[in-house]
Design a protein around this ligand. Structure first.
Ligand SMILES: [Zn+2]
Ligand SMILES: [Zn+2]
Length: 157
C-alpha cells in the first residue's frame, strides 16, 4: 500500500481513497486533504463534487484539469483547521512546481457540512489580517507548519 499523497502518513486506501470514492469526509480537514489528493491523482470528479452548489457554476473543470496535469505536486501543509458545528475552516499551503519554478499556494478555505458531506464554499488566497503565526520563528527552527523541516527550508523561504 502506498502512503497517501496528502501527507497524513496513512495508506491511501485508508485515508483519502474512500473519500475520493464518494464516502463522507469525517472532518473539513479530511475533505481538504482529499481535494489535494484528487489534484495529485488528476481525479477532478471529486473536486467538482465537493463544491457547494452555489459555486458549482464557477468551477472551470478544464482549467482545473490543466493545473492538475501541469503541476508537480510536492506537499500539502495544513496550517490550521477548526470546526464549529457544520462550518469548518482550513488554512493550508500547497507546495508545487510549475514550469520549473517552486510555487506555493496559501489559502484559507471555508467548508460547510450538508447531509453529512463537507463541501468547499469559498477560499481566501494569501489571507491577511490574521497572521498565521505571531511568534517569531528562527530560520533554523522547525517550521510551525509541522512539516518537520527547518523554517528557512519550508514556509520561511
Ligand atoms: Zn490522504
Ligand atoms: Zn512549513
Amino acid at each position: 500500500m502506498s502512503s497517501c499523497p496528502c501527507g497524513s502518513g496513512r495508506p491511501f486506501e485508508e485515508c483519502c481513497g474512500p473519500i475520493l470514492a464518494g464516502g463522507p469526509a469525517p472532518t473539513a480537514e479530511a475533505m481538504m486533504r482529499s481535494r489535494y489528493t484528487a489534484f495529485v491523482r488528476q481525479d477532478l470528479d471529486h473536486v467538482e463534487r465537493s463544491h457547494a452548489p452555489e459555486i458549482r457554476d464557477d468551477f472551470n473543470r478544464g482549467e482545473a484539469e490543466r493545473v492538475a496535469e501541469e503541476s508537480e505536486w510536492q506537499r500539502l501543509d495544513i496550517l490550521r483547521a477548526s470546526e464549529e458545528g457544520d462550518a469548518g475552516t482550513v488554512e493550508f499551503l500547497i507546495h508545487f512546481r510549475r514550469d520549473g519554478n517552486d510555487m506555493r499556494h496559501h489559502e484559507r478555505a471555508r467548508f460547510r457540512r450538508e447531509d453529512g458531506q463537507w463541501l468547499y464554499v469559498s477560499g481566501e488566497v494569501n489571507p491577511k489580517g490574521e497572521p498565521r503565526r505571531v511568534v517569531k520563528v528562527g530560520r533554523n527552527e522547525p517550521c510551525p507548519c509541522g512539516s518537520g523541516r527547518k523554517y528557512k527550508a519550508c514556509c520561511g523561504k
